[in-house]
Ligand binder design. Structure first.
Ligand code: FAD
Length: 341
């Protein structure tokens, strides 16, 4: 069997998540460089329609895993209450070895980061997280990822037989065209003896991000805001513009200075406003993933080497507490002057 490129698909309530289609694009790049076959693995409780839809759209073969979780041989815990991450973390090494997996690709998000390291250790694979680019070099397939708060880019080549990859969401654009042929679906049942977990239930994230999606201008607050009171600068700046909204990076939401429904990034909202003003935001890949498609980006940061400047149209190297009041004054004065003229 040719070495295979395995994609760990994500679904939410039977809906394939967009990141799965991005993983397919990443896997197709790997396929060009390695000649491997691509296979998708997904967990399968009541998901035959979902698997059919994915095989039709992607044209790829899918292996659906049905599980029985047993706390002990007598007690079967129903399949539907096992989260996918737990199933993937407990995949038997033999399964991935039998599939002759050269690469196992999953999303660089909370689920993928939960699964990838343990799975890599289990199957004696290399693990490269946060992949942003895949290229071919004379030394082999090379993966690019950012380190040190995204200030430095590293290139990594794996020499292991199998490499587990987590791929940054938002990097590889999903194919919008349906495949010409439909992939084959096969199903296996695996008993999982995992009594280490007790699922307490699911909490749906019903964050209302509608206001963010309809905003033309977003002013976003980052950890460069040292005092909660300084958030006023952000609100005052946003108030200058009609159809504006205020968002923030994760640390600001973790401090509860903004709601999680206002968090932009890989574990928050994805926004594409006409103008995104990043105030005191360093530009971690997790944040950039949620705003990189904004039409125009202005960043205010005291650090001239902040990674956010790499994707900004206008870079303002200044303390936000100095720049924003100055800007608001100048803006209001020129607006008043226009009226009196
Ligand atoms: C699995 C996972 C998921 C994540 N999901 C998200 C997510 O969805 N969204 C998200 O945002 N993060 C997310 N993160 C966190 C992310 O890795 C970063 O830690 C976070 O984005 C950093 O936020 P920041 O840029 O505001 O803060 P910092 O990285 O601390 O940057 C603060 C910046 O402010 C600048 N600064 C300091 N003082 C001033 C001043 N007076 N004026 C102007 N600039 C100043 C500094 O130079 C610095 O660049 C996630 C992390 C993980 C591991």
């Amino acid at each position: 069997m040719n070495p295979q490129i395995i994609i760990i698909a994500e679904q939410n309530g039977g809906e394939i998540t967009p990141v799965t289609y991005e993983l397919i694009t990443g896997a197709r790049i790997l396929q060009k460089y390695t000649d491997g076959n691509i296979k998708i693995i997904m967990t399968g409780y009541k998901l035959s329609d979902t698997a059919r839809q994915l095989s039709k759209k992607s044209g790829l073969d899918i292996l659906v895993i049905n599980t029985e979780r047993r706390a002990n041989p007598e007690q079967i815990i129903p399949d539907e209450i096992i989260p996918d991450e737990i199933i993937f973390k407990n995949l038997p090494a033999a399964l991935l070895n039998d599939l002759n997996s050269a690469y196992v690709c999953m999303a660089h998000n909370t689920n993928g980061l939960d699964v990838a390291p343990g799975l890599a250790t289990k199957i004696n694979a290399d693990c490269i997280t946060g992949v942003e680019k895949i290229i071919r070099t004379n030394d082999g397939v090379c993966f690019t990822r950012s380190v040190f708060n995204d200030k430095i880019t590293t290139q990594i080549i794996s020499s292991a037989k199998t490499t587990v990859l987590t791929i940054q969401p938002g990097i590889f654009k999903p194919d919008t065209v349906f495949a010409k042929t439909t992939g084959k679906i096969s199903t296996i049942s695996l008993p999982l003896f995992t009594n280490n977990y007790q699922l307490m239930g699911f909490k749906d994230n019903k964050a209302d991000t509608a206001a963010l999606n309809s905003a033309d201008i977003i002013v976003s607050a980052g950890n460069g805001i040292r005092e909660k009171e300084d958030l006023d600068f952000i609100y005052q700046l946003a108030q200058l513009f009609p159809k504006s909204a205020v968002t923030g990076s994760r640390p600001i939401c973790d401090k509860k200075w903004l709601k999680y429904s206002q968090q932009v990034g890989v574990t928050g909202a994805t926004v594409k406003p006409k103008l995104y003003i990043a105030c005191g935001i360093s530009g971690s890949s997790q944040h950039i993933n949620g705003m990189r498609d904004s039409k125009f980006i202005i960043s205010i940061n005291t650090d001239p080497h902040a990674a956010i400047f790499n994707i900004s149209d206008v870079c303002i190297i200044e303390a936000l507490t100095t720049f924003i009041p100055e800007f608001i004054n100048t803006y209001q004065e020129s607006a008043l002057k226009k009226i009196s003229d």
